[in-house]
Ligand binder design. Sequence first.
Ligand code: GLA
Length: 403
Amino acid sequence: MGMKVDEGGALGAHVAHFGEGSGVAARVFAAPARVNLIGEHTDYTGGLVMPMAIGFRTIAVLSPRRDGRAVFYSRNFDGEFSVDVASVSLDRRGEWSDYPVGVLWAMVQAGVEVGGFNMTLWGDVPLGAGLSSSASVEVATAMALLDYARVELPIERIATLCRRAENEYVGAQTGIMDQFVVTGAVAHRAMLLDCRALTFELLPLPEDVRVVICNSMVKHRLADVAGYGDRRGEVEAGQAVLRTCRPGIELLRDATVADLEACAGKMSAASLKRCRHIITENARVVESRSALMRGDVVRFGEIMLAAHASMRDDFEASCAEVDALVEIAMLQAGCYGARITGGGFGGCTVNLVRADATEAFVEAVIEGYRAAMGILAECFVCDASDGALALRAAAGVAKAGQK
Ligand code: GLA
């Protein structure tokens, strides 16, 4: 699965950059990437999502320094950025450093006392592919900083801090899904997350299927003005109409298709379609949970396809390349379902494939996509991995308030 980052390599890069002494008291944390099986664009209106963590990851190495400065080194970008911890302020630069500095900023805002440090970040998460490279960097950074500050926080607090970094510092108006699953995922399980209650259920994945991710190689950026932000605006406008038109509805999560139809005349055609996607998508997550619980992968696959059609036609967040990838996937033997995953406007598809058909599937999809679009796709066969918490548990940090 692409280049593998490892602890030894990350530590080596840290020492090479910051000098011999920096290896001695270094802490090493890792946070994975994620893929969303179903439940797209439901998170920021309190809905349901079903992501899992995958084997790509970001490693953060931290060692203390005495002068109160925070020095970040990115091995991927071979760049360094530093700031005084005491004076870190909302000052985005529009580059890689915004993610870790944003997390430091959010921590300081939350009253976490952090001393000076050197940090190396190194990851193998494909960028702009919709696999949450940003949440992976944020959560790895947060884990290292919390351990350094000797503060232990529950999953939802870590996720909320990282989301705040993404929303306010980086400037991408995302929901909580990515940061939450990257923090709290468990190996061999998908996570059904209720984004309103911030409670979750871990669901077993059938043994005889594999999750295959296919990258269309069409890049997206969540902070771009068009795309994610536009859709979120249309969704929120529709949600505001529902709130006034149907008392008792606070979030789109509370609404049914009948509610939407009753208020349809009061909202724009775009908001109507976006809200219809979200309402039906929440229902699809509930149904796919039942399918998973009874081991019905055929039904799960059908629901994935319906979810793709909804993202394409109602949410209008797919693109020709990704649609082609889904169509090609569905022509292959052993493929139960395929859909666009992540924020949309490019990025990856997620496919549910019978285990013994996986190799042929990958070959055929790459060849079919090359023939149809002239682009070389990258496919990854994934296992559901642990989130960052598993590593933190091993570190044995002090409880919050005990410092
Ligand atoms: C991105 C965001 C998430 C979520 C998805 C769409 O990954 O970061 O919060 O909104 O898009 O489901």
